[in-house]
Design a protein around this ligand. Structure first.
Ligand code: 3HC
Ligand code: NAI
Length: 697
């Protein structure tokens, strides 16, 4: 049953019932249409009420159907909405919880809309690289007003129903109901049952005092913000059509825009990212029904760069946190940094003063392990040295209550070894936050050999609570993200050896869409971090080739922004990267010493060497079982490494180009004597997929 039909008094109640969010899939549309016809034909029915079962009115069109014939199968969404609007009896939408996309478009086709407070209302299609394609761009400006509708459609952001109900002159909501939604909605339906004519949003006018000037201004600002996304500007043009065209013309125009956007690579990538994010929260052998351990109290060991940021995540979610350090001074510094971060948010108007005070009140500090013994989760973020971790985990094992989850934020050390310092390796897990930990969305959840399933299920649920994108990684050096970035950095180095300047590589990467090219990124993060890793690698893997240019840079003390100089020069106190003559000379000398004649390298080669190095390493990670699925790798790069969202992640990008082509490019790169031919041998998984004509995702 995907829509439930029942008659209450003189009102037919049609409840969309397609868990989890009442997506308007084919079967649901068919059942809803049948229910409307049944109500039309029942003389005892005077009015209809449409609502949603469970946790949503409706999350909109079923995104899983996109690209399949089911999406268009009749009754399609437009036909269903037309049926509702043409109904001879009043149709009332009783909205609660979530009303988005096609769900809102369906509600806009109803004659009346009543809403529960707190409902989240949105036309989020733009986030999928689309525009609302079932009348939303035509009806919302008519019901809500052109400016607020345009804001909602171009941003895709949800707005609380009460806020919208206060928009002057709005006709979106007829009433905000504060009591029992169904009972009050039924009473409303009965009250309007005999009113005629039936109000239709399409009959309203979408008006603006100065439409031309307004849309021109909006075009400029939206255009500037959405350089690589076609969708926002098409959304804007569709809304302009609501003002400039007749309703039916506007609908036709909207339909064309929707169809055109649907086939863009940007929309495909954004839809891939939507499902990738949800898939990442699932672990193949950990069922959804796994009982969770309660997490009401958190402790963080180490109040440095990471510890402070990690603590903030939990404070923000309303969980009490105790910070533990070895010295009072370190605790004081940690608390001061947290406080300063919150104050900055208050100053920017992003956080209310009372919220800041509430969060700080949840924070406590200690020097004694006994005081954190009753925490449900403890996260270690001390120095990256095995001996220090050993001491900490032995202490934790001695004092923590049974069942407490013991997590490490280590970025390079062997989690299984850390778990082995305790007598409860099943309770140990890696929680690899990224810096700044209170800002970055990515959280790698590192699954040790012994980590219990309920520990994994608990931290995955907790990640959602603290608004992180959690991706599970097996244990290996660098986990998913950093193991891949090492190959990317090696390629960036080889490109310099062969003739590129740092600025040329960065420009190509940024033109591709990376938030920052590899060299600007190095200057921001600190070039000494990579230097330390390379020094370790030179010992561990003496045969592995690296460009020595980054070592030469570090030998000059040019660690990046923090030393005022790195791959680029920096004016005192400024972050603008200025190409450095000294670095250019250093690179010339380095090439001359190696006997390399620099060559011109095009942007495509630069980008493909950088991105395909990620892809090949990821294929190894998948084969080794470190990453569960290719889309998880994409999530790591989208949420933690500034990979352009609209390209869907490195694996999605490789699929878009065609894996055959990617493999051919790798074979070409392997023939370059200045590159690492061995690395460029296509990973067995990649070769297999190509042979079978398959893709990663
Ligand atoms: N279609 C199909 N499945 C959907 C869906 C949709 N519109 N929205 C959510 N889901 C699925 C998710 O894939 C997930 O499935 P899974 O459990 O199998 O992984 C499940 O619902 C739960 O999703 P969330 O984890 O995101 O649940 P939340 O409770 O956190 O959030 C939500 C619910 C706010 C509805 C959120 O899922 C969301 O933002 N969904 C997208 C809404 C959207 O973009 N709608 C527009 C669709 S396009 C459209 O309507 C076109 C029309 O204009 C023609
Ligand atoms: P940091 O040096 O800024 O902070 C470490 C803190 O731990 C210091 O305040 C120190 O006083 C405290 N500490 C040291 N030994 C301790 C002990 N025995 N008991 C209690 N406190 C102790 O280091 P940072 O950068 O915060 O790193 C911490 C951990 O996080 C490391 O394992 C690191 O690899 C990892 N990490 C770091 C990232 C980064 O970008 N800085 C990113 C992801 C992980």
């Amino acid at each position: 049953m995907t829509a439930i039909y029942e008659v209450r008094g003189s009102v037919a109640v049609i409840t969309l019932s397609n868990p989890p969010v009442n997506g308007l899939a084919y079967e649901t549309r068919k059942a809803a249409a049948a229910a409307i016809e049944q109500a039309e034909n029942d003389a005892a029915v005077k009015a209809l009420l449409i609502t949603g079962a469970g946790k949503a009115f409706s999350g909109g069109a079923d995104i899983k159907e996109f690209g399949s014939p089911l999406a268009l199968a009749e009754p399609n969404l437009l036909s269903l909405i037309a049926l509702v609007e043409a109904c001879s009896k009043p149709v009332v939408a009783a909205i609660h919880s979530v009303c988005m996309g096609g769900g809102l478009e369906l509600a806009l086709g109803c004659h009346y809309r009543v809403v529960a407070p707190g409902s989240k209302i949105a036309l989020p299609e733009v986030k999928l690289g689309l525009l609302p394609g079932a009348g939303g761009t035509q009806r919302l400006p008519r019901a809500l007003g052109v400016e607020p509708a345009l804001n909602m459609i171009v941003s895709g952001e949800p707005v609380n129903a009460e806020v919208l109900a206060q928009v002057p002159g709005q006709k979106l909501f007829d009433r905000v109901l504060t009591g029992d939604l169904l009972a009050e909605a039924l009473a409303f339906a009965e009250a309007v049952a005999d009113k005629r004519p039936l109000p239709r949003v399409r009959d309203l006018k979408a008006q603006h005092a100065k439409p031309e000037a307004f849309f021109q201004f909006a075009r400029n600002s939206v255009g500037a913000m959405s350089k690589n996304f076609p969708a926002p500007l098409r959304c804007l043009e569709a809304v302009a059509a609501a003002v400039n065209m007749r309703f039916d013309e506007g609908i036709r125009n909207e339909r064309e825009g929707f169809a055109a956007l649907m086939v863009t690579p940007e929309s495909k990538a954004l839809r891939h990212a939507f499902f990738a994010e949800r898939a990442a929260s699932k672990i193949a052998d950990v069922p959804d029904s796994t009982p969770l351990r309660p997490i009401a109290k958190v402790a963080v060991i180490g109040a440095g760069t990471m510890g402070g940021g990690i603590a903030m995540n939990f404070l923000n979610a309303g969980l009490p946190v105790t910070l533990l350090e070895t010295q009072q001074a370190a605790l004081d510094r940690g608390v001061a940094t947290i406080s300063k971060n919150y104050e900055a948010q208050v100053k920017k108007g992003k956080l209310k003063e009372d919220k800041y005070q509430q969060r700080m009140a949840l924070l406590s500090t200690t020097l004694a392990y006994a005081e954190i013994a009753d925490a449900d989760l403890v996260i270690e973020a001390v120095f990256e040295e095995m001996a220090v971790k050993e001491a900490v985990f032995k202490q934790l094992d001695a004092v923590m209550k049974p069942g407490a989850i013991l997590a490490s934020n280590t970025s390079t050390l062997d989690l299984n070894k850390i778990a082995g310092f305790t007598r409860r390796p099943q309770d140990v897990v890696g929680l690899h936050f990224f810096s700044p930990a209170n800002v970055m969305r990515l959280l790698e959840v590192v699954r040790g050999a012994a980590t219990a399933k309920d520990v994994l299920a608990t931290v995955m649920a907790l990640a959602k609570k603290i608004r992180k994108t959690a991706v599970v990684s097996g244990v290996c050096d660098g986990f998913i993200g950093n193991r891949m970035i090492e190959q990317y950095s090696r390629q960036a180095g080889f490109l310099l050896d062969e003739g590129c300047s740092p600025a040329q590589v960065d420009r190509a990467a940024e033109k591709f869409g990376f938030a920052m090219g590899p060299f600007r990124m190095g200057d921001l993060a600190g070039n000494d971090i990579g230097w330390a890793i390379r020094k370790r690698r030179y010992q561990e893997k003496p045969g592995l080739r690296y460009s020595k240019s980054a070592d030469l840079l570090c030998e000059l003390g040019r660690f990046g922004q923090k030393t005022g100089a790195g791959w680029y020069d920096y004016a005192p106190g400024k972050r603008d990267a200025i190409p450095s003559e000294l670095v250019a000379k250093m690179l010339d000398q380095h090439r001359a010493a190696l006997g390399i004649t620099p060559r011109q390298i095009g942007d495509e080669e630069i980008v493909h060497r950088l991105v395909f190095s990620l892809v090949n390493e990821a294929a190894h990670l998948l084969e080794e079982g470190i990453a569960q699925r290719a889309s998880d790798v994409d999530m790591v790069y989208l949420s933690g490494y500034g990979f352009p969202l609209w390209r869907g992640g490195p694996m999605c990008y490789a699929d878009t180009l065609g894996l055959f082509n990617v493999q051919q490019a790798m074979k070409r790169f392997a023939r370059n004597p200045l590159d690492d031919g061995e690395f460029w041998q296509p990973a067995p998984l990649l070769a297999r997929l190509v042979a079978e004509g398959k893709s990663f995702t």
